[in-house]
Ligand binder design. Structure first.
Ligand SMILES: [Zn+2]
Length: 319
């Protein structure tokens, strides 16, 4: 670790990424950017669904431009896989008829949407291009509990809560006929899972539920689209290994009575050889270890991050 304090979160990350727009089938595309947040696109007979929006309406315009290269069907639906600002605050750019989320995600927006917006903008300024174009929080117009089905003409799209993991409200989109899954941040590939709002004990079970669907292609929350069953397995296994190892390490340290700062240093040293090459490793680890420590000790539910709590935590672990 560097001897001087690391710059807070990703404030030092200024390098632009290369965007890919990959066709997974006649109906599914992946907008990915080398580990920046992904957007999934589902094109039905009569309408388009966009899963996760990018961080600002201005950034959404590049997604729309790519969609318009392959279809002129209206973008009627935006799906929020969860509440994080970097994925939802571009929604107004699509002018959708409906914004769909789980009721649990809606409840999180009510409870902590405002605090999360301020916190995320300060953590990762590069990901909020034209931040002034954000009109405010994104409010779902349609919510569901557990599962709902959208019929885009003859194309069946299942929106499902398979369990808690990255957040309480995680939702996946599933094309059963084509075995294609859009996972949101429940699965990452070559990118470090952010777990500051996670349920570590539940997450592996939710990954089991995803694996049970036997997806053949998968758009992760971050990282390249997974286009073969073997790649999907690799994405699921990598995410599972990270979440499981981190939680086990933190729990053992916490139960031996160590202070959070020491737990963090031990866990960082232990995970870095395996996972340090994944993007945003240094950004995520302090948040992930803090949440794992909370879950292993006294907080079954994630505490709200605020811009101030972010910086106090960072200073106490990295200072
Ligand atoms: Zn997220």
């Amino acid at each position: 670790m560097a001897t001087t304090e690391k710059k807070f979160a990703s404030q030092a990350d200024l390098e632009e990424k290369t965007i890919s727009f990959d066709k997974l089938s006649e109906n599914a595309y992946a907008y990915t950017a080398e580990g920046d947040p992904n957007t999934g696109i589902i094109i039905g007979d009569d309408a388009v669904l966009v899963a996760d929006t990018q961080a600002t309406p201005v950034m959404a315009q590049d997604v729309i431009r790519r969609i318009r290269e392959v279809t002129d069907k209206p973008i009627k639906y935006v799906l929020l896989t969860h509440y994080h600002a970097v994925r939802v605050l571009g929604a107004s750019g699509y002018k959708p008829e409906h914004i769909i989320a789980s009721q649990d995600t809606y409840d999180l927006i009510v409870e902590r949407g405002e605090a999360d917006m301020k916190s995320e903008i300060e953590r990762f300024p590069r990901l909020f291009q034209a931040v002034e174009s954000i009109p405010g929080l994104t409010w779902p117009t349609m919510t569901f509990k557990g599962e709902m089905t959208l019929w885009l003409g003859r194309l069946q799209v299942k929106l499902m809560q398979l369990g808690r993991g990255h957040t309480k409200g995680d939702t996946v989109a599933w094309l059963p006929d084509q075995k294609i899954l859009l996972s949101g941040d429940l699965v990452e590939f070559g990118a470090t899972p952010y777990a500051g709002d996670a349920y570590f004990k539940d997450w592996p079970h939710t990954l089991d539920a995803i694996a049970a669907l036997k997806p053949e292609k998968l758009v992760p929350g971050r990282g390249a689209a997974l286009t073969t069953p073997a790649q999907v397995q690799e994405g699921l296994a990598g995410t599972r290994a990270f979440v499981t190892e981190l939680y086990a390490a933190v729990k053992a340290s916490a139960q031996s009575g160590k202070a959070l700062r020491d737990v963090y240093k031990d866990t960082y040293a232990r995970l870095r050889p395996t996972y340090g090459k994944w993007v945003i490793f240094d950004h995520c680890l302090p948040f992930d270890v803090t949440r794992a420590y909370d879950e292993a000790t006294t907080y079954p539910d994630p505490r709200v991050w605020t811009a101030q709590r972010d910086k106090e935590m960072w200073h106490s672990l990295e200072g």
